[in-house]
Ligand binder design. Structure first.
Ligand SMILES: *[C@@H]1O[C@H](CO)[C@@H](O)[C@H](O)[C@H]1NC(C)=O
Ligand SMILES: *[C@@H]1O[C@H](CO)[C@@H](O)[C@H](O)[C@H]1NC(C)=O
Length: 465
């Protein structure tokens, strides 16, 4: 593969697109018309003789090789070099083959565009370019299983996206160059790490490098490649930066890299990531930085009992307790409780699984058995902290807290028995959710959300009787 020759600012989103396509599970719609097709689509400007004359000098240079006009159909067809495209056609770059493909737009639009062409007007060129942020949020939505299109929020988002117009000349040039040179993910990551690691890069450049890097390391292989050339350690060291933003975005990258990636998780613990993450959570830092650090901590601890052990040894439960009791960071409480709930149930499942399968990997179970999580939680006051969080007004926060109370019940039962406030709160919530569940039922929802919350309240009250 030919090394990259595009400036990084341009390559990043394109490389991103390529990566997105290669992660074959991912199809996001960048066009209103084809919700299931992933492609960069724009209404190509007219390249026919008539309008060509009106184009600028630069565009004429691009069009000098135009020999024939391509006739698009309803299906995507590859565009040959030198072929011109009628106005109003859809053009996309097939990122797997590198070919440009063309098809007809909707019939009426096509005709409208032809009309515009006859009047000799310069056509409205609707070229949306997407920033990596836009694609990431699309990816996030995709992961959540929500529709990319449709909601009010999406419309607003799309309107925002539309503001990122770029001239067609620029876009075209980019596409043409992309046909020849495509950078591998590894090359991109090396370039981004070098950018981040270089003392001559500005803070903005470093943040931008981390921001782009985060996308790549979602892929397991990429995260392991990052490890292989020392990039992971560079990012881990970024947690030591005096710049809160560097800490924040380093944690952002690490959170993605750790996620269900044991090899990377092991190296990160060896590389001191756990300690650095806890130091950030325990010291005065902006909330945004702590949020991402907490996220990175979660993905480092999940399914990794060794890291969980180290976390307990390093006083992680105290750090998290202080975090949720601090006025400025108490909004993180639900996330913290969710993490603790996940760790408790993970250990439980490991035990159950070992029992069911008559133990296929004793080592794993052995590891989990050394994570003395529940006694630590009780010791560090998490029984009470969790009970108090039931006062939160949001349903989903309460849902998490109720779940966690259930998971802590065996450990905290005597404390909860002696807590009249907890019973009162639960009784009040019971009344509230009975009303909501009744409404839900009226609307024909017989397996509704509130009914579920009500069921967990019932079972907690039963345990406390
Ligand atoms: C990062 O920079 C340091 C010093 O500037 C250098 O020693 C190290 O090799 C660099 N790491 C990577 C992975 O490029
Ligand atoms: C990073 O910070 C930790 C504590 O905050 C310190 O122990 C460690 O030496 C620092 N590492 C580097 C490479 O500066």
């Amino acid at each position: 593969m030919v090394p990259q020759s595009l400036p990084p600012s341009r390559m990043a989103p394109l490389g991103l697109l390529l990566g997105l396509l290669m992660a074959s599970c991912f199809t996001v719609c960048l066009s209103r018309q084809n919700p299931n097709e992933f492609a960069l689509i724009n209404s190509e400007k007219s390249s026919t003789k008539e309008s060509e004359r009106k184009e600028t000098k630069a565009e004429e240079d691009l069009d000098t090789e135009v020999l024939e006009v391509f006739h698009p159909t309803q299906d995507w067809q590859a565009l040959q070099p030198g072929q011109a495209v009628p106005a109003g056609s859809h053009v996309r770059l097939n990122l797997q083959t590198g070919a440009r493909e063309v098809k007809l737009q909707y019939e009426d639009k096509f005709r409208n565009n032809l009309k515009g062409l006859k009047k000799g007007k310069r056509l409205d060129i609707n070229t949306n370019t997407y920033t990596s942020q836009d694609l990431k949020s699309a990816l996030a939505k995709f992961k959540e299983g929500t529709e990319v299109e449709g909601s009010k929020e999406d419309k607003a988002r799309q309107a925002e996206v539309k503001r990122f117009f770029r001239p067609i000349e620029e876009l075209k040039k980019e596409f043409d160059e992309l046909n020849v040179v495509i950078e591998t993910d590894m090359q991109i990551m090396v370039r981004l790490i070098n950018k981040f690691n270089s003392s001559s890069s500005s803070l903005e450049e470093k943040i931008a490098a981390l921001f782009d890097l985060e996308y790549y390391v979602h892929q397991m292989d990429n995260a392991q490649d990052l490890l292989s050339f020392g990039g992971l350690q560079v990012v881990i060291n970024g947690l030591n930066s005096t710049e809160p933003l560097v800490k924040e975005y380093a944690a952002f990258v690490l959170g993605a890299a750790f996620s269900s990636n044991p090899k990377v998780q092991v190296e990160a613990v060896e590389g001191g990531a756990l300690q650095k993450l806890l130091v950030i959570l325990a010291t005065e830092q902006p909330l945004t930085a702590k949020k991402k650090v907490l996220f990175a901590l979660c993905s480092l601890l999940r399914h990794f009992p060794y890291a969980q052990q180290q976390f307990l040894k390093l006083g992680g439960l105290q750090v998290l307790r202080d975090l949720v009791q601090e006025k400025s960071t108490e909004v993180l409480a639900v996330r913290v409780v969710t993490l603790l709930y996940d760790l408790v149930t993970e250990k439980m499942f490991a035990e159950e699984e070992a029992e069911l399968t008559r133990d296929t990997s004793p080592e794993k179970l052995h590891q989990y058995r050394q994570v003395h999580l529940l006694p630590g939680l009780r010791e560090q006051g998490w029984c009470e902290i969790t009970a108090h969080l039931l006062a939160l007004p949001e349903h989903d926060a309460r849902e998490k807290v109720l779940q966690t109370l259930g998971a802590l019940m065996a450990t905290c039962r005597d404390l909860y028995h002696q807590d009249p406030q907890l019973r009162r709160t639960l009784t009040n919530l019971q009344a509230e959710y009975q009303a909501l569940a009744a409404l839900e039922l009226q609307e024909g929802e017989d397996e509704g959300y509130f009914r579920e919350l009500l069921a967990s309240i019932h079972s907690l009250l039963k345990e406390l009787r």
